[in-house]
Design a protein around this ligand. Structure first.
Ligand SMILES: Nc1ncnc2c1ncn2[C@@H]1O[C@H](COP(=O)(O)OP(=O)(O)O)[C@@H](O)[C@H]1O
Ligand SMILES: [Mg+2]
Length: 263
């Protein structure tokens, strides 16, 4: 699929999440950076989508704007058919809490809480009973039954990230966003986390959007979308690490993201 047609060829479906004509400019004047330069992409429900691209291509910015952690300069971001830019702060906070799960590179667990408490934290904060059976089943899926009463500092990095994965899915969110979830893990722990994300989608019907710069990680997804210089430049179905790597090699010669004011 070529650069220009990659975006237009697909009909826009109502995905679990999507952005339309997304532009994000950081800063202003001479130092402004156009991190997203008109991206339209949908993340279908029940699918595992990877966002891939060189460092600085806008992957994290796209994820943060799609997940309501940051706002677009122009364009629109949707979770289901809810347009994030139309929500006030309170509603946006509730939407993030109730409809989105997050997994970050740095785990972001609460150090003073046990594994069990970390997993149910989003539900506890929401003051909802949630589906405790589901949360309990997740404990087995991520293989942490014998660590439930430990604190994060007593776990390996891989175990901590598995707690974060269980926490992200505990409230049955519409979509789980993961930003470089294997970035701090050795390859074996990373593989476990990626397998968990894949199982959540294929066996449990969940939706995952994962940012990564690692072709091996991206190969776990159903589809890869490629960003370069803040633009969507390609999509790849049923990726393999080799094909993703080949595609990425084409980016290597490119210059880094340009300044807003230069051309
Ligand atoms: N908070 C920020 N302020 C200014 N520039 C930023 C900020 N966040 C990201 N950028 C810039 O936006 C571009 C895209 O960044 P990012 O989305 O983090 O890329 P990636 O995740 O693909 O590495 C980069 O040029 C980066 O330096
Ligand atoms: Mg990033």
């Amino acid at each position: 699929m070529s650069t220009a047609t990659g975006q237009a060829a697909r009909p826009v479906s109502v995905g679990a999440a999507r952005v339309a004509d997304a532009v994000k400019v950081y800063g202003s004047g001479d130092t402004a950076v156009r991190a997203l330069d008109g991206v339209s992409v949908d993340f279908p429900a029940g699918r595992f989508t990877a966002i891939m691209g060189p460092s600085g291509s806008g992957k994290s910015t796209l994820m943060h704007c799609a997940a309501g952690l940051d706002t677009l300069t122009s364009g629109a971001a949707f979770i289901g058919d809810t347009e994030l830019g139309k929500l006030d702060d309170r509603r946006l906070t509730l939407l993030r809490r109730d409809r989105i799960g997050f997994v970050f590179q740095a785990f972001n667990l609460v150090p003073t809480l046990t594994v069990a408490e970390n997993i149910t934290l989003p539900m506890d904060l929401a003051g909802v009973r949630g589906d405790r059976e589901w949360a309990d089943a997740l404990v087995d899926v991520v293989g942490l039954r014998d660590r439930l009463h430990h604190r994060p500092a007593e776990l390996s990095g891989g175990q901590q990230q598995r707690v974060a994965v269980a926490r992200a899915f505990a409230g049955r969110p519409d979509v789980v966003f993961a930003d470089e979830p294997t970035g701090n893990l050795d390859s074996r722990s990373g593989e476990e986390v990626l397998n968990l994300l894949g199982r959540a989608v294929r066996q449990m019907g969940r939706t995952v959007v994962m940012v990564t710069h690692d072709p091996v990680a991206a190969a776990h997804a159903d589809e890869v979308v490629f960003l370069a210089d803040g633009r969507l430049v390609d999509r790849m179905e049923s990726p393999t690490a080799d094909r993703v790597l080949d595609r990425m090699k084409a980016f290597d010669a490119r210059p880094p993201a340009r300044k807003e004011t230069s051309s």
